[in-house]
Design a protein. Sequence first.
Length: 274
Amino acid sequence: KRHYIKSQTNRHYTSYLITMFRYYLILSLVALQSATIITTATAQLQQATSQKVNYLFDQDAAGTQCQKTIDENDDETFRLFCINKPRSFKLCSVSCSNALHFEGTVGECNPRRCSFYGHNFETADGKKLSMSRVAQGKVTFVGIVPLWEAQAQYFYELMDHVQSLESDRIEAMMLPLYVEDKEPVVVKPKEDGEVTILKTIQTSDLMSHPFMTFLQSLKHTSGFETFDIYLDRPVIFAISHDGNVVERMVAPTKDTLMEAVQKYSKGYMTSAEM
């Protein structure tokens, strides 16, 4: 039931696996299942969305109520709650990240045939951002984030929070992904925010983006076979400080991002060196 775009980096081609027919079918199923009557625990969580809650990155703001909701419902019901309810990540940020998580992927870039630092990305205000200028020597996070109301602002603020803790070691940027036939939200940058928001791109244009070109040049080394992009959950890529190793992380938590900073900062070892 996942809607995703597949990038097969080690087979010299990239293709959409989901036809437009299946796309509309999935959206219809999501809407139908979201309307299903769910348990008292989930109803209480929905009721709590009327309260003012700030994002928490280390724990669920709703505490044990999130686990109670998981225990009293099937996995799909909770997953749909995380995707569709506007403040689900304000209430159950860690639990929702875990619910949307999928196996990661690691690949390596052979400098003779690919270069992360040779690319420029267009920012939301139309400027060209040179990777060789802003990212070289740092761990770089590139978050491809579908503009769903429940998730987009949260993952922007999560990346910004991690960058504020590790500003000397990381550079973070967000690539907003407009999903056709889904009402997009506008991510609100923080006044003192450090994450660079790139120009929003439509799903139909994603595969021509220079970052996707970079992903296609990688050699898979471990984890899931491909660098898939999902349309119902964010994917954050960690690029090592020298641009040679890339890890795909699906709906990562703060702990997962912090581990990636440690893993890919100067001093890490590639699989070939281990």
